[in-house]
Design a protein around this ligand. Structure first.
Ligand SMILES: C[S@@+](CC[C@H](N)C(=O)[O-])C[C@H]1O[C@@H](n2cnc3c(N)ncnc32)[C@H](O)[C@@H]1O
Length: 444
């Protein structure tokens, strides 16, 4: 299940994923890594570091006019995921135009700072690195893009995170970090192995060197705890401290550690990958913007009790006797019309639809009114339609071993529970259609 729908609303790849074929036409270095799919499309082998590197270099050039040099034995950043983190930070600082930021551990790519400046040409970034190789390559990446006036790369020694980097006479709007994830080589290998064997959907290569991915004092949790401890000494210098986290279990531990400090967190979603980010502040005048709690699509809905459920795709499994084509026909010919949904096909088995009135709740009352032969209420179209849109939903029909499942995902609108409600409606209505359709449609 792809998480792309949950990418940050301003992420340029959310509705417009990278087209490998087109990109390779313009950046021939990518061409030799394209793999033809049986359906005529192309893909890449994400386990091949050469392919991943070529993709990142081509994307950086094509979409951000960045000249990147990347090493095959260092972390190769994935740009769409980096954008999620950066857009969230932009929201946290209320899209300040001339912000000053810090990135702890910039890697050889220096990707956070380079993208940050491309998105916000008036920002300034101070970035640190502990690995001399990464430091030198990051400097090169900054220089070959002519950004040395805006990005300052500082080589640190391992005993310091902030000392020597943060100037106590200065003020910074935010601090960001993608910390070393693992606590030891064993954990690093374990995760790589688990992914390879059991989680084919996450089949991308981890090229990070040990110095980049391992913090032997306790992995990302202890690294971020150390950041939190040290942040107290810089409470008045940095307005918002943030860190990305690779595991949900780490998020829980950090939330607990921050219980006396004001904080906020979010999930960062892209492809099959989920990451988390946490922010904390000592500034009592600061109010975390509401949309930073989760995706902007859910703005104003945070207090909904079913928050977690709303974010999760709803799935309906059909009995094996209902064929794929039968269900597809049922949706397109009956359900979408019956619920007055404005829909478009995304493919032969995926749709997006918008609803402006709720015709799926209180069906019994509605039927009673129909029996009384009352005229159906007419909805007045107005300019407020966009504002009054109840929901935009994406739906996808999948077949696996003869069983069809329908997935619903709430994307946008004011009724975040609508995907769940429509799912429930279908569950209740479907037998009705099966009976009435059995004779007219051939069921497998
Ligand atoms: C997971 S990598 C992130 C690299 C890059 N920011 C990215 O997201 O692709 C973590 C980086 O932090 C660096 N690092 C580890 N400890 C550090 C410290 N005390 N100060 C600065 N950088 C450090 C590592 O060398 C590594 O490059």
């Amino acid at each position: 299940m792809s998480f792309n729908e949950y990418m940050h609303i301003r992420n340029r790849y959310r509705t417009n994923p990278v087209d490998f074929k087109q990109l390779a036409e313009k950046h021939p270095a990518l061409k030799s890594f394209l793999i033809e799919k049986t359906n005529g499309g192309v893909t890449l082998d994400f386990c091949d570091p050469n392919a991943v590197r070529a993709l990142t270099i081509a994307t950086a050039k094509e979409d951000f006019n960045l000249n990147l040099e990347l090493s095959l034995d260092r972390l190769i950043p994935r740009i769409p995921q980096k954008l999620n983190y950066l857009h969230w930070i932009e929201d946290l600082i209320e899209r300040k135009i001339d912000a000053i930021g810090i990135d702890i551990g910039c890697g050889c790519s220096c990707i956070h700072a380079l993208l940050a400046i491309r998105l916000n040409p008036q920002w300034k970034m101070f970035v640190s690195e502990i690995d001399p190789f990464n430091y030198r390559m990051a400097m090169k990446n900054v220089e070959q893009n002519g950004l040395q006036d805006q990005i300052h790369v500082i080589l640190m020694n391992s005993s310091a995170l902030f000392d020597g980097l943060i100037d106590q006479t200065n003020h910074y709007d935010f601090l960001m970090c993608n910390p070393p994830f693992f606590s030891d080589t064993f954990e690093c290998q374990g995760i790589t192995n688990t992914r390879k064997l059991n989680r084919p959907s996450a089949n991308s290569i981890n090229t990070a060197a040990n110095i980049e991915s391992i913090y032997d004092q306790g992995g990302e949790v202890e690294f971020v705890k150390r950041m939190i401890n040290e942040s107290r000494s810089y409470a008045t210098n940095v307005r918002i401290f943030t860190s990305q986290l690779g595991k949900k279990s780490s998020l829980k531990q950090i939330q607990k550690y921050l219980q006396d400090i004001r904080h906020i967190d979010t999930e960062l979603c892209q492809g099959n990958t989920m990451r988390w980010a946490i922010a904390w502040t000592f500034d009592e005048t600061l109010h975390f913007p509401e949309q930073c709690q989760s995706r902007e699509a859910f703005k104003g809905l945070q207090k909904t009790k079913k928050k977690e459920m709303n974010r999760t795709p709803i799935s309906i499994q059909f009995e094996s006797k209902y064929s794929f084509n039968f269900i597809k026909d049922y949706l397109e010919k009956n359900l979408f019309n019956e619920l007055n949904l404005q829909w478009t096909s995304l493919s032969a088995y995926a749709w997006t639809f918008d609803a402006y009135e709720n015709l799926w709740s209180h069906q019994r009352q509605r039927r009673r009114h129909q029996n009384d032969e009352q005229p159906p209420s007419k909805r007045l179209k107005s300019n407020d339609d966009q504002i009054n849109k109840l929901c935009s939903i994406q739906a996808r029909l999948d077949e696996h071993e003869g069983i069809c499942s329908l997935y619903f995902l709430f994307v946008d609108g004011i009724n975040a529970d609508s995907a769940n409600q429509i799912g429930q409606y279908i569950k209740n209505q479907f037998p009705k259609y099966c009976q009435s359709c059995t004779n007219t449609l051939k069921l497998e």
